[in-house]
Write a protein that binds this ligand. Structure first.
Ligand code: MG
Length: 257
């Protein structure tokens, strides 16, 4: 299903998006050497419930997982990249942490992810991975607008990732979002321009370039959720929810401060 939001529902999407962004950036600021991933999950839970929002994750039980996710935020460290299930793990200086969060408020979901180095510094190759996904995300947003096609966004994202030297996995990518967290259309992180669904004002998309340094192959943890690079290399992931507008695209998951 592809959902086009009315102006009133778009206002709800802005509320959800701002909440996602504020929670992610609050947690990013609070996370330091010695933080436990379970602390991060507790912080996310507290902030979601305090805002009167609903977690899109805690009861999420897709076919590929083993039962409900059971946590409020995804925490992926170093070689983990997607669906990172919080566990009893203490962060060290230079760890590459990805936080991915989706919440729903007033019936509209928003989804965003950010990668950063714990303690603020780390090896240059990790910083380059993060930078590539951030630049790919910006390119995808810049390509979005009414009459653009999904393939235009995919091509813009994929060009940045490929030029940065990273292989691209197309099993997981961006997606429509609205009443539910994952909707059509799928937005692969590489593709051909001029192809695919034509975007329209009122469409919400979550764009989410992610990369693994030296492989396109994923491995899954025993928890049935956390996806890691098959080679153990580091990974990064950046995501925003955007709304297609009459003259371009509006990023809904920018922090309000
Ligand atoms: Mg997403």
């Amino acid at each position: 299903m592809i959902e086009i939001l009315s102006p009133g529902r778009l206002a709800a999407a802005r509320t959800s998006g701002a909440l996602v962004a504020d929670i992610l950036h609050t947690i990013r600021d609070r996370t330091t050497v010695g933080t436990n991933l379970l602390d991060i999950d507790r912080w996310a839970k507290e902030m979601i419930l305090r805002a009167g929002a609903q977690s899109c994750y805690v009861d999420y039980a897709p076919s590929f997982g083993r039962g409900p996710f059971g946590h409020y935020i995804c925490t992926a460290v170093n070689d983990a990249v997607l669906h990172g299930r919080p566990r009893d793990q203490v962060l060290a200086a230079g760890d590459l942490l990805t936080l991915d969060l989706a919440v729903s408020q007033d019936g509209v979901a928003a989804d965003a992810a950010v990668s950063f180095l714990v303690g603020g510094t780390g090896d240059p190759r990790s910083a380059a991975l993060i930078s590539a996904t951030e630049r790919a995300l910006a390119a995808g947003v810049a390509a979005a607008g009414p009459d653009a096609r999904v393939g235009d966004l995919s091509h813009a994202i994929g060009t940045v990732l490929t030029e940065a030297g990273y292989p691209i996995n197309t099993e997981f990518g961006g997606h429509g979002i609205g009443s539910t967290m994952h909707q059509d259309p799928h937005v692969p992180n590489t593709g051909r321009p001029g192809r695919g669904y034509r975007l329209r004002p009122g469409l919400l998309l979550a764009l989410e370039p992610w990369v693994m340094a030296d492989t396109a192959t994923l491995a899954i943890d025993a928890d049935g959720w956390t996806l890691r690079s098959a080679t153990g290399c580091r990974t990064a992931h950046s995501e925003h929810t955007i709304a297609i507008t009459e003259d371009g695209a509006e990023i809904l998951t920018l922090p309000s401060r």
